[in-house]
Write a protein that binds this ligand. Structure first.
Ligand code: AMP
Ligand code: MG
Length: 341
């Protein structure tokens, strides 16, 4: 299959190119596109076949629902059977932006494959000019999970999409790096109070500044309840290389002993000096900048063929909650592969 890679200006996208990509979506094709969080793998959400193509391309189980991207608040409300005052307040505060709201869906508006047959639908209005322009041009709701194979690292560059999905995607809009680099925060508005299902680019404190009662979702015991939300699965967002999170001094100790391994290192605080030859990514101790750079640095270390990636433990502070969540899932052993050391 021919691969279409289309460079596009991220701040001022060419309307003609957006119109063609929107037509491709209406025709049932898969279009990968940049958003402010990570690259999305889009398909029209109102038909079964294009949505099935997303699951196939990702190798993702059909039980994991997808986020539906829409052009605005009104379009979102049209897909929701019930829309709480909290949903309205959150949408008004943070849309367009990195917030996904889960609401009861209107049966028949999006494919049952999108919602994995469940009663709820996850909705988001993206702020990236390419993403928003594309959804507008498509004129239909656009289902778009991250544009990567199931459970792997999310893409923050078009190159990552090529690496992960290759010819499984018919269109790639290349708008350069994603500004936030971490997935959207997912809030369930069907509960009272609303609950944060997945921490994301928008931190809990900012969500609570609008809905003070907003609570953290207590994850069910893994074996008891299958994915209330697939992002809650233990292993997710993981590089193909084993990854471990350790205090900085333990990383140094490990490297001193294991000189035969190629170990990629991700550092947070500058004061640690690495004296060995391992590839080192210094992401700094500012959580937003760290989050924006994290996936790209893991992709680089993966591409270098490291045997293992060691990540310096980030500070145990609320501002680091999303980074900590993703690192925990990335370090979860793969069920199919061997356990990391
Ligand atoms: P991604 O892996 O990028 O496709 O992320 C999809 C995320 O959307 C999941 O992690 C879920 O948290 C969330 N999601 C989508 N649909 C629903 C839904 N109906 N109910 C709860 N969470 C959902
Ligand atoms: Mg994903």
């Amino acid at each position: 299959m021919e691969r279409h890679h289309h460079p596009i200006d991220p701040s001022n996208p060419d309307p003609e190119l957006l119109a063609r990509a929107g037509q491709a979506l209406r025709d049932g094709l898969l279009v990968a596109f940049p958003t402010e969080t990570v690259y999305g793998l889009g398909a029209r959400a109102d038909q079964d076949a294009p949505v099935e193509a997303i699951y196939r391309a990702k190798g993702r189980p059909g039980r994991n629902p997808l986020i539906v991207h829409v052009a605005g608040l009104e379009e979102a409300r049209a897909l929701a059977l019930a829309w709480s005052s909290e949903a309205e307040a959150l949408a008004r505060a943070f849309w367009p932006g990195p917030l996904t709201l889960v609401a009861l869906g209107v049966p028949g508006t999006v494919s049952t494959k999108v919602t994995a047959g469940g009663p709820t639908v996850a909705l988001r209005v993206p702020s990236h000019p390419v993403a928003l322009g594309l959804v507008r041009a498509a004129g239909v709701p656009v289902a778009a999970p991250s544009a990567n194979r199931y459970q792997h690292l999310s893409p923050t560059l078009a190159e990552h999409v090529h690496k992960s999905l290759g010819d499984r995607v018919q269109w790639i809009l290349d708008g350069g790096p994603c500004a936030l680099g971490l997935e959207s925060s997912v809030v369930d508005t069907t509960t009272t109070p609303p609950t944060l299902l997945r921490p994301g680019a928008l931190c809990l404190a900012r969500l609570q500044s609008v809905v003070p009662a907003l609570a953290l979702h207590a994850p069910p015991a893994p074996s008891l309840e299958p994915s209330r939300s697939p992002g809650l699965e233990a292993r997710h967002y993981a590089p193909s290389v084993p990854l471990r999170v350790l205090p900085g001094r333990d990383i140094h100790a490990f490297l001193r002993v294991n000189t035969d391994l190629t170990v990629g290192v991700v550092l947070c605080r500058e004061r640690y000096e690495c004296t060995h030859r391992a590839p080192v990514e210094r992401l700094g101790a500012e959580p937003e900048r760290y989050g924006a750079a994290l996936y790209a640095s893991l992709h680089r270390l993966e591409d270098l063929g490291c045997d293992l990636i060691l990540v310096e433990e980030p500070p145990n502070e609320p501002a680091w909650a999303t980074v900590t969540d993703r690192l925990r899932r990335a370090s979860e052993p793969s069920r199919s592969g061997g356990a990391p050391p």
